[in-house]
Design a protein around this ligand. Sequence first.
Ligand SMILES: [Zn+2]
Length: 322
Amino acid sequence: MKFMEAKLTLKSPAIVTQKRVERGFVRPADCVPGSTLRGAILTALFRGGKLSQADLRREAEEPSLLALPAYPVRDGAKSVPATPFMSFCRKCGSTVDVTRESVDALRRGEEPEPRLLHECGEPLKPLYGSLIAKVSDGLQELKVRSFRATSVAIDKDRGSAIRGMLFDYEAIAEGTEFWAWVLAPNWLQAGRMELAVGRGQSRGFGWAELKLEPAPQPPQLNQGAFVSLSPLVPLKRLEWGGSTLLLTKILGRTMRLQAGWDYVHGLRPIVKFARRGSIALARASGEATLLRVGLPVKAGPSWLTGVNALLPIDEYYRVLGG
Ligand SMILES: [Zn+2]
């Protein structure tokens, strides 16, 4: 298996959505979910004749290609999900980060609480789960550039537009760059490839270039505090391919999400996740690279991928460039 860093650049606007079950509406995503990136790579290889239908079926039954959600990059700075201990003061325009102090308190057995008021007295806006990146004057929330795109529904039988069926989409602007990690079997080589992400691909949406480069082997880790770089399935014990992850505590909120489309079984499982950016105390054994892209977890007949990606706190700050 090869551990690679991916750079994804949108060549056309992309419609990437995520359904949050309890709110009942489809929300535009600010990242490319790991399962979507994985699916886009597999589809591109299939279209290019490098993988067969049987290979795709085997990948569904036993995934070997795994990907972290792809998060936007701004001026070379990688964004990551903010922890529950990061917040923003609108009055001072500054970001408050008490993650390290809170994790230390957690290790002492205390229950750290997110800070509610800034030192100026203004209520703080929680950043938990939002994307943050390091810019010249510190950590800042990063939002992807997007715009509304209106599209017509196409009648699949007649191949024509259905009268009155207009859809409004939020599309991520072309030129947006994302970063991710990919754990790949030998049939995926470093280099460049064209692929498509999200909806409306036949209408030209979501075309992208993916650049894969070998990434340095991350340090072996065993025990400590981690930040979840993806949604995290709150199970006490996760096992995959000889690696084990024991979660002793999760600090963060859970929500129900509709997981990615399972193209072999034709269903979308609904799963409870802890939000990205959550803090987890965990003990891990096995492959260090696997933890960076996340241990798959079984939901019904299908595997959920792009979840459970954990990064030790120190490494999280290295990715953030600080
Ligand atoms: Zn303030």
